[in-house]
Design a protein around this ligand. Structure first.
Ligand code: BES
Ligand code: ZN
Ligand code: ZN
Length: 481
């Protein structure tokens, strides 16, 4: 899809089709030229309603408000209704100058994953012509709009690429293949570098927790470290991703109905990889790192066991009581490694607990950490970006539930309640004092992978984490100015 900004009134642009977002239910706006026809067919501009009028070559779609996320949803709904037509070019005006939402809505909404289908989904739609004319005659700056179109393309394409990695089967996306993917990105993108550590490296680094999780798999673990550094970078961001390319649960085996979709347990890793990809393409003025623990959690004669005691990279001992609580073990070592990079901000992204999905619902990520201020700031930029996120509060009583009678801590809580938070508090044991307030744990278990369409997201992976973390960084540029 090509996006072109055209400095003309919408009526002066030639195209095969036009998209009109209907904000006013009375349909009084001048862009609504088919009011009578729309009334005739009973179009009421109610939530998510779409009317495609082929003879007029116009598609009308309800816009609930001028908020960016309503715009993304409306555009994506409009696209869905015309994607099978023979139209090649589509024109649209600006809504509150929000070209970013238009471009993101189209790119995110038009994603489809057909790697494994014999017949691929095709569309004729090629050129999106965006008029500089605004719905409310808002004055716009041409250069700003052009930049925001380019940036939106980078962010939305990175999000879609993150989806594809997650949707790829465990056979086709092993830890080694994920490492190859990261290495190739580094070859393609200017300024992006990649280091891949194998098992020997993990042993040298004394990553006893990560290694234990990986032991029973015939696919060997990899630590993937991508980095990007802008000239005169003022801040350092480190994103740590849970990269379980498959989570069978290990000896604490998952029941079969919970095992399906566990290819998505690499969503945190995929998000981290695509966050740094977008950061490099956007040339953000920062130093950015992605540290990924890639492994499978499998069963076998050499599997790690409930009752084992592991020694993590930071020297702390962990009693294993459930091998399905493996993500926190991998992250414990990766977070310790990440702190050696001396970050100003360190965020981990992980499909860590089913409990987080129970707590906030499947569409929302849980944001945990020790700094109220940082958590709130993060949620604000997440919501702006179109991702749902909510803070969850640590407390001292929950922390005690991780006590072990044999080691420094247990890998699971002794209570069945508050599982998202006790997982977050487990990770907190691996955060050094100087990084306590610079760290956030993002549990993306809900939105990372949903087996139905929702909003402008398709059934399967959603690329959760990418947009919210990029937007957090973008907001930090503004702060520096
Ligand atoms: N990968 C799962 C968490 C998960 C569950 C992600 C559902 C996405 C959807 C994680 O490794 C896990 O199995 N967690 C356990 C923890 C429990 C054993 C304390 C869980 O959530 O049940
Ligand atoms: Zn698990
Ligand atoms: Zn897992």
């Amino acid at each position: 899809m090509n996006f072109e900004l055209i400095n003309k009134k919408i009526t002066d642009i030639k195209s095969d089709c036009e998209i009109i977002l209907v904000l006013d239910k009375n349909m009084e706006h001048k862009w609504v030229q088919d009011k009578d026809v729309l009334n005739n067919i009973g179009f009421e501009a109610s939530s998510e309603e779409v009317a495609y009028l082929p003879s007029a070559n116009r598609v009308y779609v309800t816009l609930d408000s001028l908020n960016s996320d309503d715009t993304r949803l409306a555009i994506s709904n409009a696209y869905k209704s015309i994607k099978k037509t023979k139209n090649e070019s589509v024109k649209i005006g600006l809504y509150n100058g929000d070209s970013q939402a238009i471009v993101e809505g189209l790119i995110l909404g038009s994603y489809s994953f057909d790697k494994y289908r014999s017949k691929k989904e095709e569309t004729y739609i090629k050129n999106i012509l965006i008029s500089t004319e605004d719905y409310n005659n808002k004055k716009i700056n041409l250069e700003d709009i052009k930049t925001s179109i380019k940036n939106a393309e980078i962010i939305a394409k990175a999000t879609n690429a993150a989806k594809s990695i997650v949707n790829t089967t465990p056979f086709d996306m092993t830890p080694q293949k994920l490492a190859d993917y990261a290495r190739n990105l580094a070859k393609e993108i200017d300024g992006l570098e990649c280091f891949v550590g194998d098992e020997k490296f993990l042993e040298k680094e004394k990553m006893g927790a990560f290694l234990a999780v990986s032991r029973a798999s015939s696919e060997r673990p990899r630590l993937i470290h991508l980095s990007y550094k802008a000239k005169n970078a003022k801040k350092k961001f480190v994103f740590v991703g849970k990269g379980l390319t498959y989570d069978s649960g290990g000896l604490s085996l998952k029941p079969s109905e919970h095992m399906v979709t566990m290819k998505a347990d690499k969503s945190g890793a995929s998000a981290a990889i695509h966050i740094i990809k977008a950061a490099a393409l956007l040339k953000l003025p920062f130093e950015v790192h992605a540290v990924i623990g890639a492994t499978e959690n499998m069963i076998g004669g050499n599997a790690y066991k409930p009752d084992d005691v592991l020694i993590a990279r930071n020297g702390k001992s962990i009693e294993v009581r459930n091998t399905d609580a493996e993500g926190r073990l991998v992250l414990a070592d990766c977070l310790d490694f990440a702190q050696d990079l001396k970050p100003d901000y360190m965020f981990d992204l992980a499909t860590l607990t089913g409990a987080c999905v129970v707590a906030v619902g499947e569409y929302t990520s849980g944001v945990m950490g020790n700094s109220e201020e940082l958590k709130n700031e993060f949620v604000k930029s997440a919501l702006e970006s179109g991702e749902l996120a909510a803070t969850l509060p640590f407390n001292r009583y929950l922390k005690k539930l991780l006590k072990s009678s044999i080691a420094d801590m247990s890998n699971i809580s002794s209570s069945r309640y508050g599982g998202a938070l006790t997982a977050g508090l487990f990770l907190d044991n691996f955060i050094r004092d100087e990084y306590k307030n610079k760290w956030l744990h993002l549990d993306i278990a809900g939105p990372a992978y949903i087996e139905k369409d929702w909003g402008y997201n398709q059934c399967g992976a959603s690329g959760a984490g990418v947009r919210m973390c990029i937007n957090f960084m973008i907001n930090k540029i503004k702060e520096d100015k």
